[in-house]
Design a protein around this ligand. Structure first.
Ligand SMILES: [Fe+2]
Ligand SMILES: [Fe+2]
Length: 357
């Protein structure tokens, strides 16, 4: 594990940012008990929503393993320990809330736990032994998680899930901003090494393997939520900003060439990223109406979709029965109220008659 010489200076400068981060974290702290799971409107819930909840729950669910490894690698930086402990708490909160949502839809907790158990928590590929490399990795990770949830939020019409997604997006945005801040600082303190780490990480980056048949599942998720090229470029923008170089004097009169020159590093890294190309591939296949999921894994993905579809249909059936009963009940209630009102009216009338008599 390489510890950086600038860590003393780094810790001193991160401290105020961390304090601001924690003040906000305490102020907006939330948990499943703030969510009205009994108000889910099943008629507005789509299969894309439900599948996305299932997939993101499984991704969130392994933050404990990840945190343990990160804590070990930032042993000499107590400020990062403080951040990571709160980070795990918030990611764990996301997992438990999404889990609660699926339970509300009708999935037994035991069934979910059997799913979690399909992934070996000890077999976890760790992306880097370098503190800056890890910073680059988690920076990408939080940026992409924020993007995923934002995409889900934009298309979701079910109010309880919208409430959850808004809270989660806000958290992921804060995580992303903190890692962006620390990465910016690393750039300032050791530009050469930070660029070298960037180069290494873009070549291996992928979301951690936290789910059974992860690739097929996330590919399917991308099929449900296809990205346009300009959306991908939008996600890449903050990364390009971090990596941009100064303008060239020679290219002063050629704005387009100047832009390419300034962003040459970012473009070159982007083109080296298998993760980027993977998503471009899925998006193109989806748009062309081709299957993006390999045959081998398609069965498993389909079994998950069938299961979720079954649960949703069952809930919709129950809601329909409940609504019919409520309609009948409300009719009877109206009758009682009318009867009571008539009695009161007659009573008053009788009383008035007696007074006047
Ligand atoms: Fe999260
Ligand atoms: Fe996060």
């Amino acid at each position: 594990m390489r510890k950086h010489q600038f860590n003393g200076e780094f810790a001193r400068r991160v401290e105020p940012e961390f304090k601001t981060f924690m003040d906000k974290a305490e102020k907006i702290r939330w948990s499943p008990k703030h969510i009205a799971f009994d108000k889910i409107d099943y008629s507005k819930l789509t299969m894309a929503d439900l599948f996305a909840v299932f997939v993101t729950l499984h991704i969130e669910n392994y933050s404990d393993v990840y945190t343990k490894l990160l804590l070990k690698h930032y042993e000499d930086l107590p400020v990062m320990h403080g951040f990571l402990k709160n980070w795990e708490r918030e990611e764990e909160n996301h997992a438990r809330t999404l889990e609660q949502y699926l339970i509300a839809v009708g999935m037994p907790l035991d069934e979910l736990r059997a799913n979690y158990a399909k992934v070996d928590k000890d077999d976890f590929p760790f992306p880097s032994e370098n503190q800056t490399g890890l910073n680059v990795f988690v920076f990408f990770q939080e940026l992409l998680t924020r993007e995923m949830y934002t995409k889900m939020l934009k298309s979701c019409r079910e109010p309880v899930l919208v409430d959850i997604l808004k809270r989660v997006v806000r958290d992921e945005e804060r995580h992303y901003r903190f890692y962006k801040y620390t990465l910016g600082l690393r750039f300032e303190l050791d530009k050469k090494d930070t660029l070298a780490q960037f180069r290494k990480i873009v070549r291996i980056f992928g979301m951690p393997q936290t789910m059974f048949r992860q690739k097929a599942m996330t590919d399917k998720l991308m099929e449900y939520f296809p990205y346009a090229v300009d959306e991908i470029m939008g996600i890449a923008k903050p990364i390009m900003k971090l990596l941009e170089a100064g303008p060239s004097k020679l290219l002063e009169r050629f704005q387009n060439l100047q832009n390419v020159w300034i962003n040459r590093r970012a473009f070159s890294y982007l083109l080296q990223s298998p993760y980027f190309w993977g998503h471009v591939g899925i998006t193109l296949k989806t748009r062309a109406g081709l299957k993006a999921v390999s045959k081998k894994d398609a069965e498993y993905v389909q079994s998950v979709i069938d299961r979720l579809y079954g649960l949703l249909q069952k809930r919709l059936g129950e809601v329909a029965v409940h609504d019919r009963l409520a309609a009948v009940g409300a009719g009877a209630g109206d009758g009682l109220v009318a009867h009571g009102a008539k009695a009161v009216r007659e009573g008053l009338h009788d009383g008035a008659r007696r007074v006047h008599a």
